[in-house]
Design a protein around this ligand. Sequence first.
Ligand code: PXP
Length: 239
Amino acid sequence: MPRLSVNIDHIATIRQARKGTEPDPVAAAVLAELAGAAGIIAHLREDRRHVQDRDLRLLREVVQTKLNLEMAATGEMQRIALQVRPDITTLVPEKREELTTEGGLETASRVPMLTQFIARIREAGIAVSLFIDPDDAQVAASKKSGADWVEIHTGAYANARPGKDRERELARIAEAAKLAASLGLRVGAGHGLNYINSGPIARIPEIEELNIGHSVISRAALVGMDRAVREMAAAISTD
Ligand code: PXP
């Protein structure tokens, strides 16, 4: 059964609607952990549209499980990661105009740059994950670049119509997970997963962790964080 890590960006999005102090993503992280989340994820975007630098500093102090800093592979973010020292950084592509991370990171054509970038972070004792599409070339390039983990993008699966289209996307994810594990990479998955569609992904044996934000925070807004996290843990349980 994969572990559940909760992305708390949307709590910061609500706060930024008024540029005030509530709700605090740090409080959300504490509640998620108390409900059993195995990790907390925050994406510090270049435009600081939701998570702020202050959040990250406090999260580092407060998070007891595993803090995953999602970030673009830029010099600014590398400096911040080296200062804050999350347990792991996940490198994602970032476009200013997107509503959320749209595609996986292009690794296959950028191995030399990524190798240098990743080495600097790993030297500081921080693990590195690459958020990639379920594609053999991207998996192989992730290994070549020195990453510890890949996080397989489940967005196409989540958006596919139930039936044949979705089954095809599920098979692509399962194949990519298998290849990654066979190369010695650890494997997570995420994006667009919810209380209904996460079960089949959770049953892919190589996938150790699911990274889920939108659906958990949406449910938390209505029923509370504790219940939302516990219900997602139950949804991804393979027992
Ligand atoms: N993983 C990565 C790399 C992401 O960028 C996101 C979205 O911030 C997620 C997982 C979580 O996606 P969702 O919010 O759709 O659950």
